[in-house]
Design a protein. Structure first.
Length: 401
């Protein structure tokens, strides 16, 4: 953000201190035009290592965090993004076919998730929302396990401690507090691992997120807050939620924030590694804003054409994270046509496996909802179980008649 000198501010105020004051060229300066000018002047810079055209650009601060990335690892990042997108597309199709109740697509956000996910160590702990399918992939969670909850046959489908990847969180923003508390525990244990909490631009307006910022700063918790700013909180654009870029909010809590090109997998990898390094070395929390775009609907129950135009989507499609890395791989001779053909075949095989696995999922035990409500049981739960059993039995009686 540009900082004005005192003299410049004084001059600007005297030139037009009231709404409607005419400037030197006869232009009426209203509060709206002043705000627009201030927004343009304050436009933040992105950390970017790969341009949309796939060209590598230098960055003195962050290059060192990806200096050792090999061509094989670059192909791995590309594979991760392609397979994650294929899985996501299959899940969307399954929902349209009535196999899933709902699906939250990550289309367009693959670089933010894969780049940050591959920056993590095995002993780091992840607190996701409900759209982090790419991060789950990086943590080794079987993608078919992600679908059980959306099909309504389980409450998550995996053991969080097996992959250090918490269950999906539906309550918006609440996982940032869970992550902060866990990170405070990590610090008290003297471990050198880090915690990362994922959330969206919409969740950044939640009180839970503000509280987590406060506690993590005061207690110097080793946590990275990773905000995927995909521009739209369902139908609400970011500018309707904040007067400043999201990453700048960290300043008010006393820890650093950085905005990274969320469609640049290499930049997301570098910035997240930097933030995790800070956390592990006792420097406290960091807010990373991955500036990306949700190319699909918020969920399959949403129609984005009702609140945004095709031109906006088309502009962001030109910045596609997968196409960007492919261009770099091709121009750098890091991948040949054989690699892409093999990956295409692997992608189709993944789609088939996911499709078959979902359709083969057994229905849940109808009485499972009564388990684990109380540690030692409860008379009311026992009564409700008996009532439900009688209700279920009534259908069998009707069938017998």
């Amino acid at each position: 953000m540009t900082v004005e000198s005192t003299a410049a501010r004084t001059s600007r105020r005297s030139a037009g201190s009231k709404a409607g004051t005419t400037g030197t060229k006869g232009t009426t300066r209203t509060p709206a035009t002043k705000a627009a000018g201030a927004k343009k002047a304050a436009e933040p810079q992105l950390v970017q290592l790969l341009t949309p055209e796939g060209k590598r650009v230098k960055n003195a601060e962050y290059d060192k965090y990806v200096a050792g990335v090999t061509p094989e690892e670059l192909r791995g990042l590309y594979r991760d993004m392609v397979l994650t997108r294929r899985f996501d597309a299959e899940a969307t199709s399954l929902q349209r076919q009535g196999e899933l109740g709902l699906w939250a697509s990550l289309l367009g956000q693959e670089a933010a998730q894969i780049g940050s996910g591959r920056a993590l160590r095995d002993d780091d702990y992840v607190f996701p929302t409900y759209r982090e399918h790419g991060v789950a992939w990086c943590r080794g969670v079987d993608p078919t396990n992600l679908l059980g909850m959306f099909r309504g046959v389980n409450n998550g489908g995996w053991d969080p401690n097996s992959n250090n990847f918490q269950l999906y969180t539906i309550v918006i923003g609440s996982q940032t507090l869970h992550a902060t508390g866990y990170a405070m525990g990590v610090a008290k244990d003297g471990a050198d691992s880090a915690v990362i909490a994922y959330f969206g631009d919409g969740a950044s307006s939640q009180g839970d997120v503000a509280e987590s910022f406060t506690f993590s700063a005061v207690y110097n918790a080793p946590v990275v807050f990773f905000c995927q700013n995909n521009q739209w909180a369902i139908s609400e654009p970011t500018e309707k939620q904040s007067r400043v870029p999201i990453y700048q909010r960290a300043q008010g809590y006393g820890f650093p924030g950085v905005r990274v090109d969320g469609n640049d997998v290499l930049a997301c990898l570098a910035v997240t590694r930097w933030a995790l390094e800070r956390a592990r070395s006792g420097e406290g929390p960091t807010l990373v804003e991955a500036f990306t775009y949700r190319m699909g609907a918020h969920t399959t129950s949403d129609d984005p054409s009702r609140y945004r135009g095709d031109e906006e989507r088309q502009a962001w499609e030109a910045k596609d994270p997968i196409l960007r890395l492919r261009r770099f791989l091709e121009t750098s001779n890091h991948a040949d046509e054989g690699f892409f053909e093999e990956l295409e075949a692997e992608s189709e095989a993944l789609g088939k496996r996911v499709r078959e696995a979902v359709r083969a999922m057994p229905d849940p035990d109808h009485f499972a909802i009564f388990e684990n409500v109380y540690a030692d049981g409860h008379a009311l739960v026992d009564e409700e179980r008996a009532q439900f059993a009688a209700y279920q039995a009534s259908f069998a009686d009707e069938g017998g008649n």
